[in-house]
Design a protein around this ligand. Structure first.
Ligand code: HEM
Length: 425
């Protein structure tokens, strides 16, 4: 059983830091890897350290932001484990050794070879850029994070290089996190939904690999570790807005009184403020943040309030308290629209298994995330006030996957054990 001092703090409670760099490393020559990783291992933040930082961060950010210590996490891909002489098939997941690119078409849909969403063009995890290790360095200031990365790379032995680097930056509106389409984020997390529908908060044990599921040769390094999915998902805010306008226009052409704002809320399942359509289908009223999670869709089988294909409804039906839990730990990257440059979400989700379709459920048809043309249906009122169903086709792509990796996060003890001397492959 994991102790709070042992599991990586990025899992629970999760890094509070506004800047988080995801540094994908390739190991060309593993000979001098271990001594460097041993030093790095000393800097990995455990749950206790992150909890303390989180408390301090909440306290000081209200008064004046004080740059605290950096928080770091480390994860390995199957090839990274291989380079340490460890067998990734022992983790018990069929999909882990194959990696996410093997499922790209199943998840994202068929994309043409010259499409940026194709794994051949991914920035990491794709067919041509090998990632062995993912380092996550989090801090309160951008410079703090970039200086640390530069220092780490200077200290790295030859044979280790950066395959790709993404710098995440929390997007905030009125002091609360949002994502680039403008919707409140970080409200619900399958690990700890407050409210009557899921009163039992999640624990580390909900997602970690159990000793009883491991062969004895993997116990020392894999026990209580956790598998995760990482994706860089680029967001096209203009395309999202254009679509909402078009759908509203088309619906109005059919006598349904609906605005672009209402279409956006129906795509997400929540208003921009985070208020769920399930609780307030007609307008964006402010609810207490806790109240935002006290709902499910049982009284709305047809999707009159919350479309069946709305993002939050597709991701979680909120009806099964014993469902496998997923802990989301993403952060936005890029400047807010309409500034130039790429923007999106660095999506990181911990999960009990990669072999059940949880957050990896095929999403090629997902109304918000799908890559290919897709259809969905929503309801709106006509002039008489009657609810009318409207089917619409989405040709636009709002979200483009640019990376995809399956990662293994060992515990701090597991990491030490991984780094014990043994011959590298
Ligand atoms: C750029 C891509 C994405 C955007 C813009 C996005 C946006 C959102 C928003 C606005 C919420 C509601 C706020 C909250 O509950 O924290 C949400 C919830 C959620 N999202 Fe996403 N999301 C994205 C990608 C994903 C992906 C790839 C997955 C899973 C594979 C996912 C799974 C979830 C889940 C499980 C919830 C909580 C559902 C609930 O319990 O109510 N999201 N997302």
């Amino acid at each position: 059983m994991t102790t709070p001092g042992d599991s990586q703090g990025i899992l629970l409670p999760g890094f509070p830091s506004p800047f988080q760099a995801f540094v994908a490393l390739t190991i060309d020559d593993p000979t001098s890897l271990r001594p460097w990783l041993r030093l790095l291992a000393l800097t990995i933040a455990d749950s206790k350290a992150v909890e303390a930082r989180k408390k301090e961060w909440k306290r000081t950010s209200q008064v004046r932001p004080v740059a605290g210590p950096l928080l770091s996490a480390i994860a390995f891909t199957a090839s990274g484990l291989g380079k340490l002489g460890l067998d990734s098939t022992l983790l018990g997941s069929v999909r882990f050794p194959l990696q996410l690119r093997a499922r790209a078409e199943e998840i994202d849909g068929a994309v043409l070879p010259d499409d940026l969403a194709h794994p051949d063009h991914w920035l990491c995890g794709g067919s041509y850029s090998g990632t062995d290790i993912m380092l996550i360095i989090a801090g309160d200031e951008r410079d703090q994070v970039t200086t640390r990365i530069a220092g780490l790379l200077r200290s790295a032995p030859r044979g280790i290089r950066v395959a790709h680097l993404d710098l995440g930056e929390k997007l905030v509106r009125d002091g609360s996190p949002i994502e680039h389409f403008g919707y409140a984020d970080g409200i619900s997390n399958a690990s700890s939904l407050p409210g009557p529908k899921d009163p039992a908060p999640g624990t580390v044990e909900d997602v970690t690999i159990k000793r009883s599921d491991l062969p004895s040769d993997a116990e020392s390094w894999a026990n209580d570790g956790v598998l995760a999915t990482f994706r860089r998902l680029d967001q096209d805010v203009a395309a999202f807005m254009r679509y909402c306008e078009r759908a509203a226009r088309d619906a109005r052409g059919q006598g349904i009184e609906i605005s672009a704002e209402e279409i956006g809320a129906r795509l997400v399942g929540r208003w921009r403020s985070g208020t769920p359509l399930a609780l307030s289908p007609d307008s964006d009223i402010a609810l207490a943040r806790d109240g935002n999670n006290a709902f499910d869709f049982q009284d709305d089988p047809e999707g009159i309030k919350t479309p069946v294909r709305a993002h939050i409804r597709e991701e979680s039906d909120r009806q099964n308290p014993t469902r496998p839990r997923m802990i989301r730990r993403g952060i936005s990257f890029g400047s807010a629209y309409p500034a130039r440059g790429p923007r999106g979400l660095l999506f990181l989700a911990f999960q009990p298994s990669l072999d059940i379709d949880l957050e990896n459920q095929p999403r090629r048809n997902n109304a918000l995330l799908g890559c290919s043309p897709r259809s969905w249906a929503f309801y709106g009122r006509d002039r008489s006030g009657a609810q009318r169903r409207f089917e619409h086709r989405i040709e636009e792509r709002f979200v483009t996957p640019r990376s995809g990796l399956y990662l293994f996060f060992p515990t701090k003890q597991g990491l030490q054990n991984m780094l014990l001397e043994r011959s590298v492959q």
